[in-house]
Design a binder for this molecule. Structure first.
Ligand SMILES: Cc1cc2nc3c(=O)[nH]c(=O)nc-3n(C[C@H](O)[C@H](O)[C@H](O)COP(=O)(O)OP(=O)(O)OC[C@H]3O[C@@H](n4cnc5c(N)ncnc54)[C@H](O)[C@@H]3O)c2cc1C
Length: 335
């Protein structure tokens, strides 16, 4: 059994920053994440995108921000249980919590901080019977590393920002050939990105198929081609190395929804005094929580983590008095 002071569910940016803030109070943390690596949405969905609204960083790639957060947490030696979903939460007689994961790993802590973001997110998959035969063999739902597509033929499907942004990015000197397929002529993405895509299509830099969708995939072990069906019922076959259906992620709270927490539209209701939930000893921070005026931004999650650990400290050490000291005065002393 893994024992710690604060058990954090979700190793996204807010979970990682909690380790640092808790460490300043000499509280140890252990993180559990369903994904095989830390970083949450930033690592999984947009590692190479620049973020512009992190205080002190005029521009930082999402993947680099996670590296910095890992480094900042390092002195406090966080533990990780990765690639395992938090499934069952029980209260023990001594007032602590037992958390069991999908692989049966058991964790014990007096405080649980849920930093589960969008929950366990799954890509929205197109309804094509044999699609799973080619997943990670030419079909990817998320662009993890754009260099993976260097010199390759790529077909992208979708009409939102993700599809438009990756079309723009990959068509500019990365992929050998880029086609964008969308089922209508109007796009949901940012007007600037839409214009860029239309300009590239007009200049012959990409192939644009509107009023069409991919209805078939074929190959021999790996993806070789896809079939487009147009609204006039005609079809087109395209030879390709990769197909990226970028239809977004469908967020699912998953097991957290069964833990007796007050839930409002897939988010956990919290008290903004300390981001506590209705279950004593369980807190929720970052994208997963909701309260009047909530903004799903990384910097707001950092603030929530900072206040939350103060309350956690009082819960764990009710008789100790904590006096806030600046890091400029005390420095950072790890474990
Ligand atoms: C394309 C895009 C661009 C964005 N740009 C910006 C931006 O410029 N600025 C900004 O501030 N924000 C931006 N955001 C939003 C930002 O990414 C989120 O606010 C941030 O990721 C929230 O962090 P988090 O730690 O709360 O959750 P997440 O990053 O979502 O991490 C949550 C983690 O919890 C895990 N998890 C969930 N349930 C379980 C479970 N039951 N068991 C185990 N693990 C679980 C998930 O696997 C995930 O790794 C952007 C988001 C997207 C998609």
């Amino acid at each position: 059994m893994i024992e710690t002071d604060i058990l954090i569910i979700g190793a996204g940016p807010c979970g990682l920053f909690t380790v640092f803030e808790a460490g300043l109070l000499k509280l140890r943390c252990h993180l559990v994440d369903a994904l095989p690596q830390p970083g949450g949405q930033l690592t999984e969905i947009y590692p190479k995108k620049p973020i512009y609204d992190i205080p002190g960083f005029p521009e930082v790639l999402a993947g680099d921000l996670i590296e910095h957060l890992m480094k900042q947490a390092e002195p406090f030696k966080p533990g990780f249980t990765l690639g395992e979903r938090a499934e069952k939460l029980e209260k023990t007689e001594d007032g602590k919590f037992l958390l069991t994961t999908s692989r049966g790993t058991v964790h014990k802590a007096p405080v649980v901080a849920i930093a589960g973001g969008l929950g366990c997110f799954e890509p929205r998959k197109p309804p094509i019977a044999n699609i799973s035969d080619f997943e990670d063999k030419g079909i990817e739902y998320i662009v993890r590393d754009p260099n993976f597509y260097k010199g390759k033929r790529v077909v992208i499907s979708g009409g939102g920002d993700s599809a438009l942004d990756w079309t723009n990015y990959l068509a500019n000197g990365v992929a050998a050939e880029v086609s964008l397929v969308h089922r209508s002529k109007s796009f949901r993405g940012h007007p600037d990105s839409v214009q860029k895509v239309l300009d590239m299509a007009a200049a012959g830099k990409i192939k644009l198929y509107t009023d069409a969708e991919v209805t078939g995939v074929g190959g021999n072990g790996v993806l070789k081609d896809i079939t487009l069906q147009h609204t006039d019922a005609s079809t087109t076959n395209i030879a390709t190395d990769h197909w990226l259906p970028l239809f977004g992620l469908s967020p699912k709270l998953g097991p957290l929804a069964e833990w007796g927490l007050n839930i409002d539209k897939n988010s956990i209701e919290v008290n903004t005094f300390d981001y506590s939930t209705n279950v004593d000893g369980v807190y929720a921070i970052g994208d997963i929580n909701t309260y009047p005026g909530k903004l799903k931004l990384i910097l707001c999650g950092f603030h929530e983590a900072t206040l939350m650990v103060q309350s956690a400290f009082k819960r764990i050490y009710p008789d100790k008095n904590y006096v806030l000291k600046y890091t400029t005065v005390n420095g950072v002393t790890g474990f």
